[in-house]
Write a protein that binds this ligand. Structure first.
Ligand SMILES: [Zn+2]
Length: 471
């Protein structure tokens, strides 16, 4: 641990003496039983100035600051600019680092995270057969452990907001376990409720259970930074009688909908949804590899968005996502992790680089798709896709303090020329020094705060071993 960070922490201690040890960014080794002490061990944040960073606000009105500060108070960004000097406020030294909004991913099956790398080339072990065989063997604690692992990797990688596409909820205890993992991890999330693996095509999602989640977790405030969505199967994988009930329930409850669309082959799913009046700005489709021009126009005219997962779409063998095609048609687009069961990692920097490269290949010109546009997809556009752009996605005064610091002087990031290019073309999760969500420090000096990573990995390993025995 460098002297630099110790100085930073002393600065914190001076101004925020009420914080516990975890609040100082020290690694928490007193793990205790998973799921019971995490939330209160996370620091509350307080007030500080992120000082001396190269600041990429991702806010067009504020632009980039070659050297600038971000003043945070009670989880809110109160000021961004050069040489901020609020009286009596501690510094968080960010010299040599790039400050930018936390990365936002928009479709991730976190419940499969313990099964990292398990899907392989043999037909019975490919992704879909594997989640169908393992899914019914999940107990609630397995959901908890998988989500904790996925979110720990996400935080380590600079992701501050996830869209948990939770399509193996087998009863209220499974749902509660997943939500508890989010609250205990401290990340921001949309939790999209999905039915269990193996659900009959005619059976809709358990609507009363979604109502319970909205009442007991969301309306009560117990879910903290988590909002609710509905993960549906749609016309390609469920009966009209099922998906119509799901759409009606989601719209009655006012929760957004997400659905896999056109991943493996051309179908008319988008047109079917359009004819039935089911598209809209409350609908996010995922993948869209085989979308036609008519599909794109329909999505754009209805405000339907698309989440693409370049790393998984390539490894599944489906092809390159329609990044420039969708953007040119006016469709709102964002980037997602999808899963680590096939992809093996949740590295958003790899995702950005794949998006950059695949768009350039389609355009046929060196770097024709700008790195800044890719970084927008991974920050403000992701926030917009999840309906959170009034709260996050840019370093704008008044927004919540979801921010990361990327070291710009490491052997793979220095010398610093264009900071946007450094983030998109050079950086890796290992360069992410600090991660902050809602003003709370979840990673500091390259270590997770308030999370025992060895325990999280060991718990996930025990969980997946037991699942495989039961499956
Ligand atoms: Zn998916």
């Amino acid at each position: 641990m460098s002297e630099h960070h110790q100085l930073t922490r002393r600065g914190f201690l001076g101004a925020t003496g009420a914080l516990g040890v975890a609040g100082l960014g020290l690694r928490d080794r007193d793990h205790g039983p998973l799921g019971h002490h995490r939330a209160r061990r996370l620091n509350r944040g307080g007030e500080f100035v992120v000082r001396g960073a190269t600041v990429l606000t991702m806010d067009p009105a504020l632009g980039d600051l070659p050297t600038g500060d971000v003043h945070v108070r009670d989880g809110e960004i109160v000021d961004v600019g050069p040489d901020l000097r609020p009286a009596g406020v501690a510094d968080l030294d960010a010299k040599g680092m790039i400050a930018l909004p936390g990365l936002v991913e928009t479709h991730w099956h976190l419940w499969t995270s313990s099964a990292r790398g398990l899907s392989g080339a043999e037909s019975e072990r490919t992704y879909v057969p594997l989640i169908r065989s393992l899914g019914p063997a999940y107990e609630p604690e397995d959901i908890y452990r998988a989500v904790r692992l996925g979110l720990a990797e996400g935080i380590a990688s600079g992701i501050t907001t996830v869209h948990d596409w939770s399509h193996n909820l087998r009863g209220p205890e499974w749902t509660d376990a997943g939500l508890r993992a989010h609250v205990d991890s401290g990340t921001r999330a949309r939790f999209s409720y999905g039915g269990p693996q193996g659900q009959a095509e005619e059976a809709p999602i358990h609507v009363a259970e979604v109502e319970r989640v909205q009442r007991e977790w969301i309306a009560s405030g117990r879910a903290g930074l988590v909002t609710l969505g509905l993960a549906v199967r749609g016309p390609d994988a469920s009966a009209p009688s099922a998906y119509r009930v799901e759409w009606e329930a989601a719209r009655a409850l006012g929760v957004p909908i997400t659905m896999h669309a056109l991943p493996r082959e051309p179908t008319d799913a988008v047109q079917v949804l359009g004819r039935e009046g089911l598209l809209g700005s409350d609908v996010q489709l995922v993948h869209g590899i085989y979308a036609t021009a008519a599909d794109r126009d329909l999505m754009a005219s209805t405000g339907t968005t698309l989440s693409v997962s370049p790393a998984s779409e390539l490894l599944f063998g489906w092809g390159a996502p329609q990044i420039t095609e969708m953007l040119d048609a006016g469709v709102g687009l964002s980037l997602s992790i999808d899963n680590t069961m096939l992809v093996g990692h949740a590295d958003p920097f790899t995702g950005m680089r794949l998006a950059l490269s695949l768009a350039a290949v389609k355009l046929g010109v060196e770097l024709a798709f700008p790195p800044r546009r890719v970084l927008e997809l991974a920050t403000i556009d992701g926030a917009r896709d999840l309906g959170l752009d009034d709260r996050i996605g840019s370093l704008t005064p008044g927004k919540r303090a979801d921010l990361i610091l990327v070291r710009a002087g490491d052997v793979n990031t220095g010398p610093l020329a264009d900071p946007v290019s450094t983030v998109v073309r050079s950086a890796q999760p290992a360069n992410v020094d600090t991660v902050m969500v809602d003003g709370r420090i979840l990673k500091s000096g390259g270590c997770l705060v308030g999370a025992d990573t060895e325990q999280i990995v060991a718990d996930a390993a025990a969980s997946i071993a037991a699942i495989r025995r039961r499956a």
